[in-house]
Ligand binder design. Structure first.
Ligand code: ADP
Ligand code: MG
Length: 708
């Protein structure tokens, strides 16, 4: 017996028997079920029970053949008229049975039928109830491999509602149904793990009733995800997930006496050197982080704040707290431009406080890279800023205590873990400009703490945003000319165009072409950055722009993330209708960062579709990133946040975010209550909860708390 099996409550053993222990489930079914249930080994009965129906067939409604809808599951009451076995020389031809009611004929088709099988199933001249998907074949209604054929007596015993399951090629609905029905028979009497309050509040039935009713529905609605039966199972699954996350998190304790924040002397030096005062929410975020760093458990905190809200300095203060106790911090950004932007902001402040910072991206190579890596290993670098070059194997820290991950949604969980595994009990701070829906944060990070930067730094001027059709680009150019005369800094953003795309869509503006035409007009005051340029070259041009050596910067979306030139006050976005809402918001966030009023011009091509019109309207009306994110979700119907489609929850079989979003928070609260009362899951309910963790395969945390 494996360790896990030994620790598993023996009560559950029947459910963990292999499906092949069921009569009628052989090696072939085993393979098919493995595939269907996404398992690499023989599924257990519990896997069958958690495979829920996607539809039901209602056998109570028995349309006449003439009225039955093609393409749907139907049950027909027919008389068997004629059999046509395949001709002897052509055994691949199907066995056909002609049947009828008083409104018409239907053909029942069987491929590769065993001799005698069809004759017995559908005796000539008898009445039978036949269910299956009705198709049209050469103008005649047909059912291929009826899913059920019953006589009067058999049908009178059924509720009349049959579940239909997601299947896989080669697996018959009937045999899956039989296997599930047998598994239900083996269901042991399980203890209740949900508290009486939650059971009452949510109207949840006991688990046995929930499983029985979804697999053997009495009402058509019994199998719907928003009904109590399915919801109960979804809650179980979510509770198991939350409990496991909370248990693992509770184990992430540091060795006694280890604290990752010092006395504040470096932080005070940085704050004193700032040319501005921190906003109240920056101050409280920094304080919350410092508090986390002092705790004996690891920090897992999300710092959310709109573009321009000043996340970088808060991140620096977090790193400084760690430096104060002689440990190291890493800041990982998704792009090189952004990493360099960070180091540019951070380095002067950090150095004045005596912190040693360095940068490591794909650009640092050879000797330079070797030196950085050596210094890092010696503990001579306090804060290392970089791209995913930071997670390469040979990048070894002396004592990494804090991992800061910027623009998290661009990194996968794998990268985040790769960085945190470079130290012991590393604290994690995630920076995000886009609000991540709470349900997703909860499902995957568990109870992550969140700090929000609500206000913009003081003195920011509102941005005047206007939509202007391309036909008026002449006026826009003149306006840009006047702005340049007045010494202002202007961004001119062009959509990304690759060569192949450009051919079909000539109305799109290529950044290079636009650069050339603007250069003709404004001469040496114009610069260009795009994604294909070398990093050094990009930096040089950005530097010229920041230093006012050029006034007009033509750019593709490389300036989208994090670039910070506070003196820039004008932005023209060409073909604005081609950009997504979030992207427009990010782009526009590059202006309005200083104390001068800013203007954003959205140049659009005509005619403008409904969707584009709606998008531009939202951008004109608000600069509130949270509202924009909401409108974006509404307009797109379903979002792609964290790369996860809103409707599905990867790793979850039963819970669905769009239906069970409410339950996620309730499961979180319940998990916290449980661990507060019984952190080792020792009591009677603790035993029940251990069952829950095994049932939903969230038992990885159990060895951590001991066998109880
Ligand atoms: P983001 O949250 O988008 O990463 P940054 O950290 O890049 O924002 O900050 C945007 C700009 O605001 C920077 O120029 C930064 O120096 C400035 N800034 C940050 N905090 C303040 C503040 N409290 N007062 C004034 N300016 C600030
Ligand atoms: Mg930023």
């Amino acid at each position: 017996m494996t360790n896990v099996a030994r620790m598993r409550p023996s009560l559950l053993n029947p459910l963990f028997a292999p499906v092949t222990s069921l009569p009628g489930v052989g090696p072939k079914q085993d393979k098919l079920l493995q595939y269907l249930l996404s398992r690499n080994e023989t599924p257990r009965l519990v896997d069958l029970l958690l495979h829920l129906p996607s539809q039901v067939i209602d056998r109570r409604a028995r349309p006449k053949i003439r009225d039955a809808a093609v393409g749907t599951m139907v049950t027909l009451e027919v008389t068997v008229d004629r059999h046509r076995p395949p001709p002897p020389r052509n055994s691949r031809a199907p066995y056909l049975v002609y049947a009828s009611d008083d409104t018409g004929d239907v053909v029942l088709t069987f491929f590769r039928a065993k001799p005698g099988y069809v004759e017995k199933l559908l005796p000539m001249g008898e009445k039978r109830y036949v269910s299956g998907t009705l198709q049209m074949y050469e103008g005649i209604p047909q059912i291929v491999h009826p899913d059920r054929v019953l006589d009067e007596e058999a049908i009178s015993k059924l509720s009349g509602i049959d579940p239909v399951y997601p299947l896989t090629e080669g697996l018959a609905l009937g045999s899956l149904r039989r296997a599930i029905a047998q598994a239900l028979q083996k269901l042991p009497s399980l203890p209740e793990w949900i508290s009486p309050e939650v059971l009452r509040r949510c109207h949840f039935p006991p688990i046995a009733e929930a499983l029985n009713r979804v697999h053997q529905p009495v009402e058509l609605t019994d199998i719907l995800p928003d009904q109590p039966f399915w919801s109960r199972l979804a809650f179980d699954e979510l509770l198991a997930g939350q409990l496991a996350l909370a248990l693992i998190r509770a184990q992430l304790r540091r060795p006694a006496g280890v604290r990752n924040a010092g006395d504040g002397h470096l932080r005070n030096k940085i704050i004193d050197a700032l040319p501005y005062a921190l906003t109240p929410s920056q101050r409280s975020a920094a304080a919350a982080i410092a508090e986390d760093l002092k705790q004996p458990v690891r920090m897992l905190r999300l710092l959310q704040g709109d573009v321009g809200s000043g996340k970088t300095v808060v991140a620096l203060l977090a790193a400084a707290a760690v430096t104060e106790v002689g440990k190291q911090a890493a800041l990982m950004a998704p792009t090189e431009i952004l990493a360099r932007q960070h180091i540019k902001t951070i380095a002067p402040l950090a150095e004045r406080a005596g912190m040693r910072v360095a940068i490591l991206t794909g650009r640092e190579k050879g000797k330079e890279r070797r030196e950085i890596i050596a210094q890092l290993a010696e503990g001579e670098i306090d804060l290392l800023v970089g791209t995913h070059a930071l997670i390469q194997d040979d990048v070894v820290f002396h004592d990494l205590a804090l991992a800061i991950v910027d623009e998290q949604h661009r990194f996968g969980v794998r990268e985040r873990l790769a960085l945190t595994s470079k130290g012991e009990a590393v604290d994690v701070l995630v920076l995000s400009a886009t609000p991540i829906p709470r349900t997703l944060v909860l499902t995957y990070f568990g109870d992550m703490d969140i700090s929000e930067l609500r206000e913009k730094p003081a003195g920011r001027q509102p941005i005047d945003t206007r939509a202007v059709p391309m036909s008026r680009i002449g006026e826009v150019m003149e306006g840009v000319g006047r702005a340049l005369e007045a010494g202002k800094l202007v961004y001119w953003i062009c959509p990304l165009v690759d060569e192949s795309e450009a051919e079909g869509t000539e109305h799109l503006t290529n950044a290079t072409k636009r650069f050339e035409s603007l250069q003709k007009r404004f001469g040496g005051r114009v610069g260009l950055v795009h994604g294909q340029m070398k990093g050094i070259e990009k930096d040089r041009v950005m530097g010229q722009f920041a230093a006012h050596e050029i006034g007009l910067l033509v750019a593709t979306t490389v300036v989208e993330v994090g670039v910070d030139v506070p003196a820039a006050t004008i932005m023209v976005i060409e073909n604005a209708e081609r950009f997504g809402l979030a992207q427009l918001h990010q782009l526009r966030g590059r202006i309005g960062r200083g104390s001068e009023a800013s203007t954003c011009i959205l140049l659009y091509g005509e005619p403008l579709g409904e969707m584009s019109k709606a998008r531009l309207k939202v951008i004109r009306e608000t600069t509130d990133g949270f509202r924009i994110a909401e409108e974006d979700l509404k307009l797109r119907g379903e979002g792609d946040v964290l790369g996860v489609r809103q409707s599905g929850l990867p790793g979850y079989r039963i819970a669905r975010s769009e239906v069970h979003g409410q339950l996620i928070t309730q499961a979180r609260d319940e998990a916290l209550r449980i661990l507060k009362d019984d952190p080792k899951l020792k009591g009677e309910r603790g035993e029940a909860l251990r069952c829950l963790l095994y049932l939903y395969e969230r038992d990885e945390a159990i060895p951590l708390i001991g066998a109880g």
